[in-house]
Write a protein that binds this ligand. Structure first.
Ligand code: 4GX
Length: 249
């Protein structure tokens, strides 16, 4: 998958292809990142990329001309949908990420300051995407999140061991707890069942913990997902144990 990122801070975004799973995916040619700096298209001596907002008010707005040129240079080299990272956008989710996988190439537009000139959105943006309901200092971290989420979904990007962790959210549930050595850490023991060697019991325990954790921390995820009858049994068991453990205190 090709990512073209239009940004005033290319060195920030470049970190995504230098580290971890996304770094390895770039090395293997599964993803490719190209950076386009609107400042390189500024013509005046100060290489200005912002202007005061028409109508007044605080802050600055990214000007249209050099942004349009940067976007069009990217589009000419690597044709693809232009995604603008902004809090007004379609909320990013695992399912939106799956939908975006059909694209071979995306141009990610990162705004700084108070935003970009609205006419750039009108002329060149195909889709607006938000990574969450909070305010970033710019779209770069959003673009990096999107690149990371999409890369993990590309065939061959994850090793066998890493792909297991992804199954949990595919399933619409939070992940179960994980343990490694030592057996006892500051008085806390590893649950006995995990050392039993009984794989059916271990799978049952993990599913029950995943259901229970989702019920406690993100109940709305359970609303969005139909439970099977055996899952209902596991969750009821979890809830009963949870309620009776509360009575002990
Ligand atoms: N998910 N930001 C965009 C510039 C801006 C300001 C106002 C439109 C209107 C964000 C997010 C995000 C910060 C990126 C403001 N654009 N991006 N930037 N949440 O907060 O994606």
């Amino acid at each position: 998958m090709q990512f073209d990122v239009v940004t005033l801070f290319p060195e920030l975004v470049d970190a995504v292809v230098r580290c971890g799973i996304t770094g390895r995916a770039a090395e293997r040619g599964l993803i490719s990142l190209e950076l386009w700096n609107p400042r390189d298209y500024a013509v005046d001596v100060h290489r200005t990329v912002d202007g005061r907002p028409y109508g007044g008010g605080p802050g600055m707005v990214m000007t249209g001309e050099c942004l349009l040129q940067a976007i069009r240079a990217a589009r000419q080299k690597n044709p693809g949908k232009v995604v603008y990272l902004s809090p007004q956008g379609l909320p990013l989710s695992q399912s939106l990420a799956h939908d975006l996988l059909i694209e071979n190439s995306l141009i990610l537009l990162c705004g700084r300051y108070e935003g970009i000139d609205e006419r750039v959105i009108k002329l060149e943006v195909d889709m607006e995407c938000s990574i969450g309901d909070y305010v970033l200092s710019g779209g770069e971290l959003g673009a990096m999140v999107l690149i990371d989420v999409l890369t993990r979904l590309l065939p061959g990007a994850l090793g066998h061991h890493e792909s297991a962790a992804q199954d949990s959210f595919f399933d619409g549930l939070l992940d179960c707890p994980h343990y490694t050595r030592p057996d006892i850490l500051e008085g806390y023991e590893v649950p006995m069942v995990l050392k039993s060697g009984n794989h059916a019991e271990i799978a049952r325990w993990r599913k029950k913990q995943a259901l229970g954790k989702t019920w406690r921390c993100r109940p709305e995820l359970l609303q969005a997902r139909q439970l099977t009858s055996s899952e209902r049994v596991l969750l009821d068991e979890y809830i009963n144990e949870f309620e009776s453990s509360k009575k002990l205190y």
